[in-house]
Design a protein around this ligand. Structure first.
Ligand code: TYD
Length: 209
């Protein structure tokens, strides 16, 4: 690899993203690569502060556009401060959520024009899209059932089922729009199975590089 491979993982809350990311990291480390895992929103000192504002369940008055811009500013900071230099030094970067989360949640979910969300976020990431994005597909009902059974929920998770349904449909639309980059992964099996499906796509992407 000349430069680090850039992977982003997307999906509704409770889709198993975090467990799968750990397994992917372990795999690459075992075969001698360095891997950095980042989470959005957050991942930098400034980004973590923005994250607290975004997820605070008390911030009910936040406007949709303010929300969209806050996610984008956390992302801009993460990109310049961490992602760009890490990729340049040849390290693999795995992002738990990236630009497609904003298009799905703020665009399709909140109803902000998709191309506006894309434009703001492409500026934030200096037009550097991931080499591959894996969308773990679980339906919104399963997602909410899993989340509500685990721990306290945040501001976004407290949205109604209709919101999560729009986000989900947004992800499906993104899979169709960016067929080369975004791969849909069936998220209904065990973590091990989802991980195997993900590795097939990642290895295909590496072969093409
Ligand atoms: P988080 O606790 O990180 O959720 P998860 O572990 O499922 O990734 O909270 C992130 C929340 O923020 C999640 O509900 C999705 C939402 N989100 C957006 O609405 N837009 C974005 O651009 C990003 C990155 C996340």
């Amino acid at each position: 690899m000349k430069k680090g491979l850039f992977i982003s993982i997307e999906g509704l809350d409770g889709s198993g993203k975090t467990s799968c990311i750990l397994k992917i990291k372990e795999h690459f480390e075992k075969i001698g690569h360095q891997v950095v895992v980042l989470r959005e929103p957050g991942g930098t000192p400034i980004g973590e502060k923005v994250r607290d504002i975004l997820l605070d369940a008390k911030n009910t008055e936040m406007t949709d556009v303010a929300e969209m811009l806050l996610y984008a500013s956390s992302r801009a900071q993460l990109f310049s401060q961490i992602i760009k230099p890490t990729l340049e030094s040849g390290i693999i970067v795995i992002c738990d959520r990236f630009i497609d989360s904003s298009v799905a949640y703020q665009g399709y979910g909140r109803g902000i024009a998709i191309d506006d969300v894309l434009a703001v976020n492409l500026t934030a990431i200096q037009n550097t899209l991931p080499d591959i994005t894996l969308f773990i597909d679980i339906d919104p009902k399963t997602s909410l059932n899993r989340r509500f059974s685990v721990s306290e929920t945040d501001r976004l998770e407290n949205e109604k089922i209709q919101f999560h349904q729009r986000v989900y449909e947004g992800y499906l639309a993104l899979c169709q729009r960016f067929t080369k980059r975004i791969k849909r992964i069936d998220g209904n099996g065990s973590i091990d199975h989802i991980y195997e499906l993900m590795m097939i796509e990642i290895n295909q992407c590496i072969e093409k590089e």
